[in-house]
Design a protein around this ligand. Structure first.
Ligand code: PHE
Length: 448
């Protein structure tokens, strides 16, 4: 069955959507708390190395798989590696996408609630402890958690049902640069706080004593999460790219901007953490406890807060749209569902997971595995298991299985091949990425 191709109209549209997918809560909420829990500078170093040696090559691999076939992950693998069972990797990717949606929607709900707090002026005149309480009160209330999570999900799926995600992505192309500028303002503000240098020292001083093997896995998982890798998201989006765009330029641009936003989030958060006498190891609540305190001491904090949470909401929406599209495209192409049915099925499945995650802080808090509630578990599994496994699979497929001519053709730009780029990709996806990922898995499971 042939399917209508709904490509991105322009190169800018394609890149904006891809950056929109990559830049999201992963950069602004997750990166700071992961770095905070894993000793700061050493985590950042491993993260950057991982982006260069694993992230960009895996992104290029996903681009190649997607654009050479214009299909969902399963169809693409069946076309590129016919007669083998490698297409089964697609099931890991789709499951990974749903697992990610499950916890991600909950955090989007927090952002929505905080936007509401910002509008109603809830942040003014409170102490640091009270900001902590504000967050605790939210997560301990099952109804509040459900309300905000479901509200965000409703927006996401209504946007997709109406087929207006292109419109959202167009708005995001304006909002993203605004978010970037706002982050720069917030970084400057944080750097002027008393004792800011301690935060910078924490983020940029490389001290491996606080980074164990678990921290290394976290850094790898964080890089993959932040770049939207390992769960076929980039395969899906590259399927909508036109054949003229330079994949390498896009991959470097997306990875560069994405990492820059993560580092800026670190510069915004850590000086404030130390200046306000808070703990960098606070975990997922870190950003939600620090930011209100930051806004409260800023001139015009009321407006900054609203603007920030609004822009963050858009950044999150472009990420959840891309996450949902992975499953939707798969269901349409592999199970012949109409787009509407595929969206509804994806909505139902992710609602079940997100509901359980939203309740895992309150009524279901006793459901724990390895000391993690369901939210923490899905958050961990998504990045450190599904994305790393999926990324490993994509690397091995491009490195060892697909026809080299496909790689050469996809990496060429305006008919011009680039041997250096080809070599970088092949060395990384054949050897560096597989060895690195397998080694940390073996280390984690205690085999070596
Ligand atoms: N990269 C997104 C973020 O940083 C999350 C995401 C992961 C989106 C995987 C799509 C696919 O927020």
């Amino acid at each position: 069955m042939s399917h209508k191709r709904i490509g991105f109209a322009t190169r800018l549209g394609a890149i904006a959507a891809t950056v929109g997918s990559a830049v999201g809560l992963g950069n602004i909420w997750r990166f700071p708390y992961e770095a905070g829990q894993n000793g700061g500078g050493a985590f950042l170093l491993v993260y950057v190395l991982c982006v260069l040696l694993l992230g960009i090559p895996v992104m290029l691999s996903e681009f190649i798989i997607g654009r050479s076939t214009h299909q969902n992950m399963k169809g693409a693998l069946q076309t590129l590696v016919p007669g083998k069972k490698v297409y089964r990797l697609a099931y890991i990717c789709i499951t990974g996408a749903l697992v990610t949606l499950g916890f991600y929607f909950v955090v989007c709900g927090w952002v929505l609630q905080y936007l509401c707090h910002a509008v109603t002026g809830e942040f003014s005149g409170q102490t640091s402890q009270e900001y902590g309480l504000l967050f605790t009160r939210l997560i301990e209330s099952p109804w509040a958690m459900l309300l905000w999570t479901w509200l965000f999900m409703a927006v996401n799926f209504v946007v997709m049902l109406q087929g207006v995600q292109k419109g959202i992505e167009r708005i995001a192309a304006i909002m993203m640069p605004m978010l970037f500028v706002l982050l720069a303002v917030l970084c400057a503000n944080s750097l002027l706080l008393p004792g800011a240098h301690k935060g910078l020292q924490f983020l940029f001083n490389i001290d491996f004593s606080h980074l164990g093997w678990h921290g290394v896995v976290d850094a790898f998982g964080q890089a993959f999460m932040s770049l939207s890798l390992g769960i076929a998201c980039m395969v899906t989006y590259a399927g909508y790219f036109n054949d003229e765009t330079s994949l390498s330029r896009d991959a470097f641009t997306v990875a560069g901007l994405d990492s820059l936003v993560a580092i800026m989030a670190g510069v915004m958060i850590f000086p404030a953490v130390f200046s306000f006498g808070m703990q960098p190891e606070a975990g997922p609540k870190l950003v939600f406890e620090i930011l209100p305190a930051v806004f409260q001491q800023m001139t015009g904090g009321y407006i900054w807060a609203i603007l920030f949470f609004l822009l963050l909401l858009f950044a999150s929406l472009t990420s959840t749209i891309s996450l949902s599209e992975i499953a939707i495209k798969f269901l349409i192409e592999e199970h012949n569902l109409s787009r509407k049915k595929a969206i509804i099925l994806t909505a139902v499945l992710s609602t079940i997971l997100a509901t359980l995650c939203a309740l895992s802080f309150n009524v279901l808090r006793h459901w724990t595995v390895f000391n993690m509630n369901l939210f923490d578990l899905l958050n961990y599994l998504a990045s450190n298991v599904f994305m790393l496994l999926g990324g490993l699979g994509a690397a091995l497929i491009v490195g060892w299985l697909i026809d080299k001519k496909v790689i050469q053709r996809q990496l060429a730009h305006k008919g011009q091949r680039s041997p250096r780029l080809e070599r970088y990709l092949i060395v990384c996806v054949r050897y560096v990425a597989p060895i690195a990922i397998v080694l940390i898995f073996l280390q984690l499971t205690g085999i070596i």
